[in-house]
Design a protein around this ligand. Structure first.
Ligand code: PMV
Length: 351
């Protein structure tokens, strides 16, 4: 939307960007936000960030003039992170010379839920900012737009690169996957019916903020005794997962998904500055879930992000049974639960 009001808002762009959960995990980076291994994730639907970006007349000579509000309150700390990001990538946003920015951001999930919001936040910022560039240049949104926003989102938060696409996305150069790149993510398009309607129930085991930031976590992979084997394993697994998603093999998916979650945490526990993010509730939920699967043969499995919360993944065909199990047997393991599912990617709400 390009207007001039009393307030002198020249342009407004509102975007919703979902979070994603990795099946094959990105853990370890180098250079300017480049991944040490490829990764593959599932784009979520109900866990998202919404960004309202306004362009106003500039009032100073600062390289970036930005006011950043998170859920109605000014957030200076995040504003300076975003300003640095915009200065570093100013060549994509030439309008920064002319306009000041006001950003209002909100998440669909509670701040205390312990869900990493940087993927959806940087995804949404990249989308709104690059959309402003497109609007000022009268360009229609096209595939090239999402390709570039994936690159831009990656520069803010690596995993954000994968949130630009519906369904499944992979990021990171992989010799077995055509067009894969360390610079941006690509959609994984050939998906068997078994994996087309996946659910992710996020069990909020603890709702404290992260003890160790993911930047610190990534850096601990430098000089990690198992780093090289881990990177090779993740690359092999990414290529294998593309095949599993094509053939629809639940058993292979489950095996890989759970092993990836435990391997991610094993890397944390075996780094020189070791740390532990799992909580008693995490282990209890995992154990109960494995027993439930053994008893029922229902294709349900877990994954973990860099935190204690448990993501329970299951196809639509077993939704009722698994959700019944979550509400009863697993109830003692979590504080709250967010029912999410495979999503359709970012949405432009207004431009
Ligand atoms: O995007 P970052 O730097 O917050 O790293 C995220 C890493 C994991 O969430 C643990 C795994 C992943 O691939 O998303």
């Amino acid at each position: 939307m390009q207007t001039t009001t009393a307030e002198q808002v020249v342009l407004k762009s509102i975007w919703r960007c979902p979070s994603n959960i990795a099946i094959v995990k990105y853990w370890g980076k180098y250079g300017n936000q480049l991944p040490c291994n490829s990764s593959l994730s599932l784009t979520l639907s109900n866990s998202f960030t919404e960004i309202e970006l306004e362009l106003l007349k500039k009032t100073s000579n600062e390289a970036v003039e930005l006011e950043y509000f998170f859920e109605g309150t000014k957030n200076e700390q995040f504003a300076s992170r975003v300003s640095k990001y915009l200065i570093d990538n100013a060549s994509y946003f030439p309008f920064l010379n002319e306009y000041a920015l006001r950003i209002n951001s909100k998440n669909s999930f509670p701040h205390s839920a312990g869900i990493a919001s940087s993927a959806s936040a940087f995804g949404a910022i990249a989308l709104a900012m690059y959309d402003a560039f497109y609007t000022l240049n009268d360009k229609p949104l096209d595939a090239e737009f999402y390709h570039t926003t994936s690159h831009l989102a990656r520069l803010g938060s690596g995993s954000a690169s994968r949130s630009m696409f519906a369904g499944y996305a992979m990021w990171g150069e992989n010799t077995a996957i055509k067009n894969s790149s360390n610079e941006f993510a690509i959609p994984v398009q050939e998906i068997h019916a078994n994996f087309q309607q996946m659910h992710d129930a996020i069990l909020i085991v603890e709702d404290e903020p992260k003890k160790v930031s993911s930047s610190v976590g990534h850096s601990l992979m430098n000089n990690h005794p198992y780093a090289q084997n881990r990177f090779a394993q993740a690359n092999e697994r990414t290529a294998k997962l593309v095949e599993i998603l094509k053939t629809g093999d639940y058993q292979e998916f489950i095996q890989m998904c759970e092993s990836e979650a435990l391997t991610l945490h094993a890397m944390m526990m075996t780094s020189n500055d070791y740390y532990l993010l799992m909580k008693p509730g995490t282990l209890l939920a995992i154990e109960k879930l494995m027993n439930f699967r053994k008893e029922t043969n229902i294709p349900v499995c877990f994954t973990l992000d860099a935190g204690p919360n448990v993501h329970v993944l299951y196809p639509n065909s077993v939704k009722e049974k698994v959700e019944q199990f979550i509400h009863t047997e697993l109830k003692s393991t979590y504080k709250s639960v967010i029912f999410d599912e495979l999503g359709t990617g970012p949405t432009c709400l207004s431009r």
